[in-house]
Write a protein that binds this ligand. Structure first.
Ligand code: HEM
Length: 370
């Protein structure tokens, strides 16, 4: 394996041409991310919010947890494959949607929040992040949450909310006055939080739907552009979390249940793409789209394996939502460029730090491994 293979994370057999393409794709993504940053509400203005300030605030709120992600710190690596059924090809020229294509996928299931050893809880936001390596060095990375909308509209509101929701050491809960002031300044967050609280808390990761929340744009081979949001919807019938689950003492019960399910059988989700119309918000993740929008099932994700985070697996992947193949482009949502910049800052900080063992040690291997 050459240094180029190592730097780009490419498999040993990849040709030099494909490697150069991968590098230029990464370059384009970085240039795109940097360019789109300019639109991110003054992130480049002196004295304004920067990615470093956002990551500093995570550390201020959660304490330092060296080596771990600054958000979604508690997680487990997963692997499997995505089988395209071909129906996505009319919407996007991305090769991942070609009829019959099966792509090996590496991913991570996690809980939101910056505490890597927090006890599992049903109400904590669950996430699924995926990386699809594609031909010619292209890649698609996506990170999704099990909530129907995002609680804030802008990076600045995210930054404010982080501090407002910091637990008060005396009560273990956020200071109600600070939360009141935050919501008074952000009526869009009041509505979004209402929708998030009203969701059904399902029994675990395996029966959770994971939403992209941010909008993207699909470009078809004929140049037609469609605004989209997507979701991975489980084949398992969603059941509500039981009182027994919620009150049990296993601090890792969500992860342990998930691994036990995976040991019994592979777990599947359908990738459902929702097609937006011109009236639908593409730059505001707090707003749901109307329920009657066309949804297209473009293929099936099958997860077969899980393993604790360690060198070389999902621990070291930055699930940057702007690593996109030709055929999938960002929308004007200001959260996307902010996410990309903040994830980069988080991943470079943690890459240089000493690592501790993950709280989630469970392992299962059914498929070709991680
Ligand atoms: C400005 C808004 C946001 C900020 C600043 C932010 C920040 C972060 C950070 C710092 C990480 C850890 C990254 C790493 O070290 O690899 C992270 C992880 C994650 N975020 Fe966000 N986030 C934001 C919005 C969102 C939104 C809208 C979603 C939508 C689904 C999302 C989903 C995720 C997921 C799924 C992960 C875990 C990825 C993994 O397992 O590695 N975030 N976020």
């Amino acid at each position: 394996m050459t240094l180029l293979h190592h730097l780009t994370g490419a498999p040993p057999g990849m040709t030099t041409r494909a490697l150069m393409l991968r590098l230029s794709t990464i370059g384009t993504v970085l240039a795109g991310a940097a360019g789109s940053l300019a639109y991110a509400g003054g992130w480049l203005s002196p004295g304004a919010l920067t990615p470093a300030l956002v990551i500093d605030r995570f550390e201020q709120v959660n304490g330092p947890h060296l080596g771990f992600r600054r958000n979604h710190a508690k997680g487990l690596c997963v692997a499997g494959s995505f089988a395209s059924n071909g129906t996505g090809a009319r919407l996007s020229k991305a090769s991942v949607f070609s009829a019959g294509r099966v792509t090996r996928v590496a991913g991570r299931v996690a809980l939101a929040g910056g505490q890597p050893y927090a006890a599992d809880a049903g109400t904590t936001v669950r996430s699924l992040a995926l990386r699809f390596p594609l031909p010619d060095g292209e890649e698609w990375r996506t990170g999704m949450n099990n909530i129907p909308v995002f609680p804030v509209r802008t990076p600045e509101a995210f930054y404010e909310q982080l501090l407002a929701a910091k637990p008060d050491p005396a009560t273990g809960k956020p200071d109600p006055e600070r939360m009141k002031a935050f919501f008074a300044a952000h009526p869009e967050s009041v509505k979004a939080t209402g929708l998030i609280k009203a969701r059904t808390i399902t029994s675990g990761f395996a029966d959770s739907t994971f939403w992209s929340l941010n909008a993207f744009r699909f470009t078809a081979a004929d140049g037609h552009v469609t605004p989209v949001r997507w979701a991975f919807v489980p084949e398992l019938q969603a059941t509500q979390e039981t009182a027994a689950q919620a009150s049990q003492t296993d601090k890792n019960y969500l992860f342990d249940d998930f691994v036990a399910q995976l040991q019994r059988e592979p777990l599947r989700w359908h990738l459902i793409v929702t097609l937006g119309q011109t009236s639908d918000a593409t730059a505001d993740a707090t707003l749901p789209w109307p329920a009657d929008r066309e949804r297209v099932d473009v293929g099936t994700l099958t997860l077969t394996d899980a393993a604790p985070e360690e060198a070389g697996n999902c621990r070291d992947i930055n699930f940057d939502p702007l690593v996109l193949p030709e055929g999938i482009a960002p929308s004007g949502d200001p959260l996307l460029s902010a996410r990309s910049a903040a994830y980069f800052r988080s991943s470079t900080r943690r890459a240089g730090e000493e690592k501790s063992a993950s709280a989630v040690p469970a392992t299962t291997t059914r498929g070709p491994g991680l």
